[in-house]
Design a protein. Structure first.
Length: 264
């Protein structure tokens, strides 16, 4: 789980909570001190212990959602600890934003993989079709500075000889209301009947609700006509393989599509 972080970010909890609580409120106005969600935080008794490492009941928690001073979708006991009550009378409990050691070790991670698929046989020649398999990323998943690496492999699994089919990868935003080319047809081997492509999508921030990407394909060229394309990353993002044939009766399959996120 990849998260946000903010230096020196602390907030007091409004009241005590038991070990099962997964939604808590902060002292009025202090939610603004913390990073956007999701994030990790130490939760401890600051009245008796100046720093969290001194509190034997300290706890590392994952905060899934922060809305103002309300924290919800908490995952308790995320470090080398366990969920514990934070409700001793007369004590003040505090959160300190942090980075999980486990997350630091996985800043680059696979976020989706599909394949192998069933066989796809050409319908109408020169008409583009989408596969039934895809990789879906939820709203607000990609952040400024992200590098999303894709790798896609196709092969001729059965059926008629596949003569130079055109293979692609597209990004559908908001359920398909906007479509952007990511990987374009290239490098089909008629001898080995395989195709492999890879590239990356670099994300940079343009506003809180949209970002731009530059498509870098395996041959070093830039997609989208050499321009940055603005995408709405607050919407669902679907990475969808596509294909078309120049003649009917040919058969191929999607052997593998994988996405790896590099977050700096």
């Amino acid at each position: 789980m990849l998260t946000y972080f903010k230096d020196f970010a602390t907030a007091n909890v409004s009241t005590g909570y038991d070990a099962a609580a997964v939604a808590i409120d902060l002292a009025a106005g202090q939610g603004a001190n913390l990073p956007p969600s999701p994030f990790f935080a130490f939760w401890w008794n600051v009245t008796d212990y100046q720093t969290p490492d001194l509190d034997p009941s300290r706890e590392l928690v994952y905060v899934g959602t922060r809305t103002g001073d309300a924290l919800t979708n908490l995952l308790r006991g995320q470090g080398d600890d366990a969920a514990s009550a934070k409700n001793t009378g007369g004590k003040t409990y505090r959160l300190l934003a942090t980075v999980s050691a486990k997350e630091v070790e996985s800043r680059s991670r696979q976020v989706g993989s599909i394949g192998p698929s069933g066989n796809y046989t050409a319908g109408t020649p020169s008409v583009e079709y989408y596969t039934t398999e895809n990789i879906v990323l939820p709203p607000n998943f990609l952040k400024a500075g992200d590098l999303l690496e894709w790798r896609m492999f196709w092969d001729h699994n059965a059926g008629a000889y596949a003569y130079a089919p055109r293979i692609g990868l597209k990004l559908l935003v908001g359920g398909g209301s906007s479509v952007y080319p990511i990987g374009l047809a290239a490098h089909w081997s008629n001898t080995e009947q395989t195709w492999a492509g890879e590239g990356a999508v670099a994300i940079r921030s343009t506003s809180s609700a949209s970002m731009q990407y530059k498509n870098m394909r395996e041959n070093g060229s830039i997609g989208c006509g050499g321009q940055f394309a603005t995408i709405d990353t607050t919407a669902v993002m679907t990475f969808q393989p596509c294909y078309r044939f120049d003649s009917s009766g040919e058969t191929i399959r999607l052997a593998r599509l994988s996405l790896v996120l590099h977050r700096l």
